[in-house]
Design a protein around this ligand. Structure first.
Ligand SMILES: [Zn+2]
Length: 137
């Protein structure tokens, strides 16, 4: 599943111009849980649709609902980023493996690169472990 933000789509402007030209400005909210508080309305792309000149792929949302609707994209994006383990480089390794890496590197028989490959982590992770900056307990 593609997780790029809708606003980043190359046809974003083109399709929105087309919508406005052909169907006018968005003037109502079709959101399920609308609180009817917002008075500005947008054309919103439905989930699972691509940016194309297809009226069925779009519906009207007020600014408030639109924000809520699109926020899921941000959340998904955030989640996919943290899943890649960028923030938790050690999450892939167990405590036992960390100890093992430290012990094996003690005698410098293996390079950090080799260890990284073997444990399926990046070299930085191995570097951190060896320097003892993490997992001190
Ligand atoms: Zn609404």
């Amino acid at each position: 599943m593609k997780l790029e933000l809708k606003q980043d789509h190359p046809d974003y402007v083109k399709v929105h111009c087309w919508l406005r030209r052909k169907y006018g400005k968005a003037n109502k909210c079709e959101g399920d849980k609308c609180n009817n508080k917002s008075k500005s309305f947008h054309w919103a792309l439905k989930d699972g649709f691509n940016y194309t000149k297809d009226r069925n792929a779009f519906f009207n949302l007020c600014a408030s609902c639109h924000k809520k609707y699109d926020i899921t994209d941000f959340t998904k994006l955030k989640m996919s980023k943290s899943k890649r383990g960028e923030k938790h480089p050690l999450s892939k390794l167990t405590k036992k493996e960390v100890e093992e890496i430290k012990n094996r590197y003690k005698f410098r028989v293996l390079t950090q690169k080799t260890l990284a490959k073997e444990y399926g982590v990046c070299e930085h992770t191995i570097h951190y472990i060896i320097k003892g900056r993490t997992w001190k307990n």
